[in-house]
Ligand binder design. Structure first.
Ligand code: PGA
Length: 244
């Protein structure tokens, strides 16, 4: 069983000095561990280069972006191509996060972005998840299957899928363990058993052990609790001890 994956999504938080210091602190922590988890740090795009420069060449920490353009380099003011992110040290990119879908991003755009990411050598971390209303209507698994089917054409090669129920993001609420397990099974049923599926939504030091104890969960995507080493460290610790 591979070690769990911890993905830190900093969203639109941080400043240059803090990002570099955090990257170094996280890396130092991982190096102290006997069996460190996989770790992907996703700072805002302007801070990828400083984060890369703060890390040693053989770092355990990998870097990820939070979005990329749906097209290649060219006349697209304000956009950042997947090739640029790779050039800045990213090896992965979060795509289709619900906060971006809420700004109008469609499955078709996410699929184009994933194709760009793969072409640039980045592993896409594709986010799917149901709303509170869809969950209340008992539609969670149908919604997940539909979202995964829409992304199917973008999923050749290595991908990570993040199951992130919209109602769990930043709320302190999380699904029951059996709901998480069923959601992961539904994602695997569409996209294959060999992909990595992680859970995201209010992961914190108090619930990390329970979440990683779910057999289907290969890791976690952490927002708020990843902003400080004080709350990320217990998540690293739990990820390092589970399934040993
Ligand atoms: P949260 O965010 O951990 O703060 O709920 C997770 C995410 O949106 O990726």
């Amino acid at each position: 069983m591979p070690r769990p994956l911890v993905i830190a999504n900093w969203k639109m938080h941080g400043r240059h000095a803090g990002v570099a210091a955090f990257a170094q602190a996280a890396e130092a922590s991982l190096r102290r561990m006997h069996t460190p988890p996989g770790f992907i740090f996703c700072p805002p795009a302007p801070y990828l280069c400083p984060a890369a420069m703060a890390l040693p060449a053989n770092a355990i920490t990998r870097l990820g972006a939070q979005d990329c353009a749906d097209r290649d380099d060219g006349a697209s003011t304000g956009e950042i191509s997947a090739h640029m992110l790779a050039d800045c040290g990213a090896s992965t990119v979060i795509l289709g996060h619900s906060e971006r879908r809420a700004m109008g991003e469609s499955d078709a755009q996410v699929t184009r972005k994933a194709a760009q990411a793969i072409a640039a050598g980045l592993v896409p971390i594709l986010c799917v998840g149901e709303s509170a209303a869809e969950r209340a209507a008992g539609e969670t698994l149908t919604v997940l299957r539909t979202q995964c089917q829409a992304l199917q054409s973008a999923t050749h090669g290595a991908i990570v899928v993040a199951y992130e129920p919209l109602w769990a993001i930043g709320t302190g609420n999380t699904p029951q363990a059996d709901e998480i397990a069923r959601a992961h099974d539904a994602i695997h049923s569409v996209l294959g058993s060999d992909i990595t599926v992680v859970y995201g939504g209010s992961v914190n030091p108090a619930n990390i052990a329970q979440i990683l104890a779910i057999r289907q969960v290969s890791g976690v995507l952490v927002g708020g609790a990843s902003l400080q080493m004080a709350s990320l460290q217990p998540i690293f610790d739990a990820a390092a001890t589970v399934r040993t």
